[in-house]
Design a protein around this ligand. Structure first.
Ligand code: OGA
Ligand code: ZN
Length: 356
């Protein structure tokens, strides 16, 4: 008997209700998808919307189906299971506080074999950052490193930016001032996903680094202050950067949630944010909430502190992990970092490919 859906009675897919069209557009094999790229060779929107399943069986971990349009084909049960259960090769995020051990990797080992690279990338996705030691402390090395992980995102600052204290800077990062915990470039569309900071010299007094798991702070707020959490996840703030060449603007919530209500992105930069003119009550709450978030992001409870020394790279998820530095005295020694950005899609994609 034909039906528009099947209910799987046994095995790992037990209880799954699978619609005919949903299954039809997942058929594997050269007839349906190009073997070189796995892209569909037909237009799924033109399939018969009343398509039925005439019969099916599961054998050797493949679901074989006969459809009412005469088409027969197979689908891997493992792939169905992974898709239905949203199982991705990218590891689940592990929320941390400052007491968790620092994720440090040796540049001389990471690229030795794919297992080492996988280990580093998995830690990066779990914890939202990794520290790399033993890179060459020379200019452009950050690009050599980054390009092994994914294509570098060029911005109006070029492929890389130099973090040095200089006169009349177009960004406070290029001074010797303290930088409180922040995310970079929340005014860009899209916000750069991965940031790398490479230390060429750090000989000044001061200039220590810090990282904070923004999702850990968001979780703390969710658990401890519903009112603050509510306003921070619902108020779109305008982030703005101005120099002689461009005015960049982007709106986002300080804590952005995804469709499932999970943490998607943290945007935090007290130098660049402009809250809309809400009513008095809402503004009052927003300012209290932002202050609380600021205090948590800069507290010893959440902040790991370390010194980025010559030859080290801090690579972090700029949509999750906030970073900062203490002020330094440029008269006591030279300090020079170089930074660049990579988008998440390519790096995630690299890890998925390495794992397959
Ligand atoms: C930056 C930045 C940190 C540092 O350039 O965005 O935050 O240690 N720099 O100088
Ligand atoms: Zn920064």
């Amino acid at each position: 008997m034909s039906s528009q859906e099947i209910i799987i009675k046994e095995g790992v897919l037990k209880g799954a209700i699978l619609h005919s069209l949903w299954l039809r557009e997942r058929l594997s094999g050269d007839e349906f998808v190009d073997p070189n790229n796995l892209q569909r060779l037909y237009e799924p929107s033109l399939l018969d919307e009343n398509l039925l399943i005439d019969s099916f069986s599961i054998k050797d971990n493949f679901l074989s189906i006969k459809f009412s349009d005469g088409v027969e084909g197979n689908i891997s049960v493992d792939e169905l299971y992974q898709e239905i259960n949203s199982i991705d090769a990218i590891p689940k995020k592990k929320i941390w506080e400052k007491n968790d051990s620092l994720q440090i990797f040796d540049n001389n080992k990471i690229f030795e074999n794919s297992e080492s690279l996988i280990q580093m990338l998995e830690s990066f996705y779990k914890y939202g950052y990794v520290i790399i030691e033993n890179t060459q402390a020379v200019e452009n090395e950050v690009l050599n490193f980054a390009e092994k992980i994914g294509p570098v995102r060029t911005t109006n600052w070029g492929k890389l930016f130099n973090v040095v204290s200089k006169p009349n800077p177009n960004d406070l990062a290029y001074t010797a001032l303290e930088l409180k915990s922040h995310s970079d470039n929340p005014y860009r569309k899209p916000v750069p996903g991965i940031q790398l900071l490479h230390c060429i010299a750090n000989e000044s007094i001061g200039g220590d680094s810090s990282l904070v798991d923004g999702f850990s702070v968001a979780e703390f707020l969710r658990n401890n202050n519903k009112e603050f959490y509510q306003i921070l996840t619902n108020t779109s703030v305008n982030f703005k950067f101005t120099d002689v060449d461009v005015i960049l603007e982007n709106k986002s919530k300080l804590i952005e949630l995804d469709d499932d209500g999970e943490f998607k992105q943290i945007s935090f930069s007290g130098r660049l944010d402009y809250v809309p003119l809400l009513n008095q009550e809402k503004l009052k709450t927003f300012y209290r909430a932002r202050k609380c978030m600021y205090e948590l992001c800069n507290s010893d409870q959440f902040k790991i502190k370390f010194r980025l020394s010559k030859g080290m790279i801090a690579m972090f998820d700029n949509l999750r992990t906030l970073h900062g530095r203490t002020k330094f005295d440029p008269n006591t020694g030279f300090r020079h970092l170089q930074g660049c950005y990579i988008d998440h899609d390519s790096t995630e994609g690299k890890l998925r490919r390495l794992l397959k």
